[in-house]
Design a protein around this ligand. Structure first.
Ligand SMILES: O=C(CO)[C@@H](O)[C@H](O)COP(=O)(O)O
Length: 229
């Protein structure tokens, strides 16, 4: 995985057809997705339940590029190795998921995977300064985690701008997750984000039988973001 600040679109398969994940992953990559974003939820850290490591391992052969695994679970440390074994390229854990985020990021790095740090909308960026040498990606949640299709929280745009200033030129991705659309993508791209996770805005209007709308949606979000950079 080579570092680049170019805009990357990472469709969240939370909005895919749950009976067809393999075909959905192939379809979104064929239609121009850069990364595939997998939302892991435990019904405890967030009020929803989704994918275990076995599911991630099952879809891995259907993903040619980057599998970006977002762990919305607590505790997180006991499961890091399982998601690494399942084939994740990036493993992201939440700052709010436990008292020892530095240890968690170390554990992710020890698996040889890229380490991501996610921040809920109510969390400030103060702690990030002490973790910069431990992270490859910082995920700014622009909705409260748990569900797709929520409204973008505009107050997070300033947070992205502050984060970009703290990160400077370090090779750390800023990922945005939640409510990303053609309208909101330019706001976060202009503020310094480079990875845009989008679920409903990518999958709307398409299906594995008719994936062309996925491509049109991805191109529209990318063009809107790139025009703002
Ligand atoms: O992690 C989450 C939600 O917790 C996201 O990845 C959503 O799945 C994004 O969906 P949209 O807001 O784009 O519909």
């Amino acid at each position: 995985m080579e570092f680049s600040r170019a805009i990357k679109i990472a469709p969240s398969i939370l909005s895919a057809d749950f009976a067809n994940f393999g075909a959905e992953c192939r379809a979104i990559e064929d239609q121009g997705a850069d990364w595939v974003h997998v939302d892991v939820m435990d019904g405890h850290f967030v009020p929803n339940l989704t994918f275990g490591p076995a599911m991630c391992a099952a879809i891995r052969p259907h993903i040619r590029g980057v599998m970006d695994v977002h762990l919305m679970i607590a505790p997180v440390d006991p499961y890091i190795e399982a998601y690494a074994q399942a084939g994740a390229d990036v493993i992201t854990a939440h700052l709010e998921a436990g008292p020892h985020i530095h240890r968690t990021l170390q554990a992710i790095r020890n698996t040889g995977k890229k380490a991501g740090l996610a921040l809920n909308p109510g969390t400030g960026i103060d702690a990030v300064a002490h973790l910069l040498d431990m992270v490859d990606l910082i995920c700014v949640m622009t909705v409260n985690p748990g569900f797709g299709g929520q409204k973008f929280i505009h107050s997070q745009v300033d947070k992205v701008r502050s984060l970009r200033a703290v990160i400077g030129d370090r090779p750390i991705h800023i990922e945005i997750d939640g409510g990303v659309t053609v309208e909101t993508a330019p706001l976060v791209a202009a503020a310094g984000a480079d990875v845009l996770v989008a679920g409903s805005a990518v999958f709307k209007g398409g299906s594995v039988a008719d994936p062309a709308p996925y491509g049109a949606n991805i191109r529209a979000i990318r063009a809107a973001a790139e025009a703002a950079v």
